[in-house]
Ligand binder design. Structure first.
Ligand SMILES: Cc1cc2nc3c(=O)[nH]c(=O)nc-3n(C[C@H](O)[C@H](O)[C@H](O)COP(=O)(O)OP(=O)(O)OC[C@H]3O[C@@H](n4cnc5c(N)ncnc54)[C@H](O)[C@@H]3O)c2cc1C
Ligand SMILES: Cc1cc2nc3c(=O)[nH]c(=O)nc-3n(C[C@H](O)[C@H](O)[C@H](O)COP(=O)(O)O)c2cc1C
Length: 783
């Protein structure tokens, strides 16, 4: 067998090693355009988990690599004169040059031919090769040559970065967030061998320009960085090696295989340097390729298996890298945060590290985060314990005069079970049990302001006395038997009205018994949906009046709060999104015009709703569709409502148009809440695939939302909050007297379970290489 490998970076060399071990008879050649020791860059970083993989696949290179490594456990965050250190991270740094020399040496030992200064521009010379590995890096010539086939998507990110080195020793992975007269600069730095550290500097394009970095040569820009970070460098030099300022390209390729050619490493996909996974991904690609070649009967099958088997893992890492890079791009959002909350945000930015996980690893740090959070709550006039605070989820919140005893919320959810809009026994039990279950705030389902405003025949309403009596009974029960507050969500279905019950076909038009529907523009939701009537001024006035009357009824029912539904493509949302609003009058066109009618309704409600009671608005912060609402628009929408007196923005997304492309995942809407909260400076509630109390605490402690709503989890677990309170030992959670024996039992058991769980986690956690090394070098006297 003949294998040609184009590119002698980590991907190409490691693939050569593993394939040669597997097929000693194969003729394997690596073609590298540079000289053997002519490599750019400084250090690379691997996690313990990646090194475990290397140990399994090639112990000799693993041993040599790890002998050369610098180990560390801590991540240190420097921000506004503070430093926060978090242990238990298990990372290793190594010189890229040493890594490549080790891999070259190992490849040679095994009999791989290494040809340097061999710049390949045409793969035709490998016509007799059984396999051609394209490991030619981020600017892959061959990926571009077959661009139509591989279909790479290149997303060039906005921030500028430069990769430098230093002699400054470091004992932790170090992030420095530095304020300057031009704007924020960030350094990502770590030691990779004795006396050498990698320094990646990053800044936004405006700061880059203001700081006059444009057009400077390497030496000049290193001098500028040394000026900015000199206080930390303590006289150590900054070193350069092709350290030009660049923009990071996030690359994703639709296909990785063409005939007998296969893309590996950066050539196929990149991961942002802030999660330090580029070299890991490159070498693990080589592992995946070797595994597939080992298993599969033919080359074709092997290459297909490589691509199919590897893609998910690569995309997961890329997603984490994406989330992380966006955090760094928007660091200014958090610049006025308390430093410990800022550091918590840095640690939890990519979702892998959470509140609970940090509590195990760095209890003192989390205790400081909790105290800072409690102090903020205390500053709002709550008499909370700041020395031994409860977890953020159980901290109170005030909106106008409404006080919530905790931050967990039951999201609005249609039950499709009303008769002529009247909430019945099902609703009474549903809302009642969720209130008893401990959530601080409960939202009603979308309650329709008129018969024609309903989504389905099963939707609840609030336009007549019978409905008012039904809601009154529910509100009275909640107030009499729980500590929960209850918010009425009012809405109008618009073009999504006159549709079937969820279980008969979501958003599908009713076959009989429907009614005329309204929208901003006459565009049907499905091609076979009813064409809505474009609203004229008279229709607007009638709808506005219906909202006000429903709010007045809501006040008589005793609701604590009112939410205006302007999300999910319903009537008011149809005005906001340019995809559903094609009007040419004063209610269409610019965002300000599109917001005019929803704001009018809001203002009318605000005037009718008692001044001491809060109001929220639910928005779709993105349409997940080309030409639709984006996060930046959502910030403008939130600002407009905040000016009109909104107390909370309930940040949801999508459901505007049928052909949207939402990107789901854990907590997938939280970034939008983060953006709205920290750019528009308005309180937010986030929601969407948040399923654990750990996630709730992570989001709140990082300042990404003020309240966290859970929809589907509450459908199966009304006592989500009570159980979470038991886990976190939040004794003050409300429990009705009838249920107290259950509360006592779960609190007792949870304390024990939690202790067992933590012991197990600690026992099950292998020692990091840094810990092992520290133990091995510990002087005997210290034993
Ligand atoms: C600023 C920055 C910081 C980073 N920090 C880290 C980090 O801390 N940890 C980490 O793991 N990763 C890091 N990376 C990522 C890492 O450098 C890459 O992801 C990794 O090197 C990818 O390996 P590769 O083998 O796919 O590509 P490369 O290492 O780029 O290797 C490709 C090779 O192909 C050669 N080549 C290209 N074209 C041809 C041709 N036509 N003919 C012959 N040879 C060719 C090139 O000369 C090169 O040697 C960082 C990247 C950047 C930009
Ligand atoms: C069955 C069901 C009904 C819903 N009804 C409403 C509703 O009436 N009003 C509303 O604003 N959102 C409604 N939603 C959206 C939820 O409030 C929530 O945003 C969504 O389910 C995502 O959160 P989750 O992942 O916690 O379920 C509904 C969701 C579900 C699953």
């Amino acid at each position: 067998m003949k294998i040609a490998i184009i590119g002698g970076g980590p991907a190409g060399l490691y693939a050569a090693i593993l394939l040669k071990k597997q097929r000693p008879e194969a003729e394997i050649t690596v073609y590298e355009r540079n000289r053997a020791d002519d490599t750019f860059g400084f250090g690379v970083v691997f996690s313990d988990a990646t090194l475990d993989n290397f140990e399994i696949y090639d112990p000799p290179s693993y041993r040599r690599i790890t002998q050369e490594f610098a180990y560390w456990d801590d991540i240190a965050v420097h921000f506004r004169g503070t430093v926060h250190r978090v242990g238990g991270n298990g990372f290793c740094g190594c010189s890229r040059r040493r890594l490549l020399l080790i891999l070259q040496e190992r490849a040679r030992e095994l009999g791989v031919a290494l040809l340097f200064e061999a710049d390949i521009d045409d793969e035709a010379r490998f016509a007799d090769a059984d396999l051609v590995v394209l490991a030619d890096g981020i600017n892959s010539r061959f990926r571009d040559k077959y661009i139509e086939h591989f279909q790479p998507e290149v997303d060039v990110r906005s921030n500028m970065f430069a990769w430098m080195g230093s002699t400054r020793p470091l004992d932790a992975f170090t992030f420095i967030f530095q304020e300057t007269e031009w704007g924020p600069f960030i350094a990502h730095a770590y030691q990779y061998e004795v006396g050498r550290s990698t320094w990646i500097f990053e800044t936004d394009p405006a700061t880059f320009k203001r700081a006059g970095l444009e057009g400077l040569n390497e030496k000049q820009s290193a001098d500028r960085m040394a000026g900015i970070f000199g206080w930390f460098l303590e006289g150590h030099q900054l070193l350069t090696n092709r350290s030009m300022w660049r923009n990071f390209p996030m690359i994703r390729s639709k296909r990785w295989v063409k005939d007998n050619m296969v893309l590996l490493g950066d050539a196929k996909a990149t991961a942002h340097f802030s999660i330090g996974s580029g070299t890991k991904l490159a070498m693990e690609d080589a592992i995946a390729l070797a595994d597939a070649m080992h298993r599969a009967p033919t080359m074709d099958v092997a290459l297909q298996q490589y691509e199919q088997g590897r893609r998910e893992e690569v995309e997961k890492t890329q997603h984490a890298a994406d989330v992380s890079l966006v955090w760094f791009e928007h660091v200014d959002r958090f610049w006025d945060f308390d430093p410990v909350q800022f550091a918590f945000g840095v640690m939890t930015r990519a979702k892998a590290i959470t509140y609970d996980n940090l509590t195990l690893r760095a209890p003192d740090f989390v205790s400081e985060v909790e105290k800072a959070f409690a102090k903020q709550v205390r500053a709002k006039g709550f008499d909370v314990d700041v020395e031994k605070p409860v977890a953020p989820m159980f901290q109170p919140l005030r909106l106008r005069e409404m006080e919530l005893s905790n931050r967990a919320v039951v999201s609005p959810m249609c039950m499709y079970s009303a008769k002529e809009g009247v909430p019945g026994d099902f609703h009474f039990v549903h809302y009642g049990s969720r209130a008893i279950g401990g959530a601080g705030l409960i939202f009603t389902e979308m309650t329709c302001v008129s018969r024609e405003a309903r989504i389905t025949p099963g939707c609840t309403g609030l336009w007549n006395d019978e409905q008012e009596a039904g809601w009154h009974r529910i509100v009275d029960f909640v107030h009499a038997n729980s500590a929960a507050k209850i918010c009425l969500q009012l809405g109008h279905a618009g073009r999504k009205g006159a549709t079937k019950l969820m279980w008969d076909g979501m958003d599908r038009p009713l076959e009989e018994g429907g009614w005329d529907v309204l929208s901003a523009s006459p565009i049907p939701y499905f091609p076979d949906s009813q064409v809505p009537r474009e609203m004229d001024r008279a229709a607007m006035d009638a709808v506005k009046a219906a909202f006000v009357q429903a709010a007045e009824r809501g006040e008589r029912c005793g609701f604590d709060m009112l939410e205006l539904h302007c999300a999910h493509g319903y009537l008011l949302a149809s005005f906001i999104s340019p995809l559903t609003n094609q009007r040419t009058d004063a209610y269409g066109g610019s965002l300000a015009n599109r917001l005019r009618f929803p704001l009018e309704v809001f203002e009318a409600l605000r005037a009718a709703w008692p001044a001491h009671k809060p109001m929220s608005v639910r928005i779709s912060a993105t349409d997940w569709a080309e030409g639709g609402i984006t996060g930046d628009d959502a910030v403008a929408v939130a600002r407009a409502f905040a000016e009109a007196g909104v107390d909370l923005v309930d940040v949801s997304t999508g459901q505007t148009v049928r052909d949207a492309q939402p990107v789901y995942g854990r907590m997938f809407q939280t970034p939008f809440s983060d953006q709205v909260r920290n750019e528009a400076r308005v309180a937010t509630m986030c929601v969407g695939n948040i399923t654990t109390a750990d996630q709730v605490n992570t989001i709140l402690a990082a300042g990404r939302a003020d309240l966290v709503a859970l929809g589907r989890p509450h459908l199966v677990d009304p006592s989500f909050t009570l159980k979470a309170a038991a886990w976190y030992g939040a004794e003050a959670v409300f429990c009705p007297p009838q249920y107290l024996p259950g509360k006592e039992q779960i609190f007792r058991n949870s304390e024990r379970d939690r202790q067992d769980f933590e012991d197990l986690r600690i026992k099950a956690k292998p020692k990091t290489r840094a810990e092992l090394k520290a133990e091995a070098t510990k002087p005997l006297a210290a034993e």
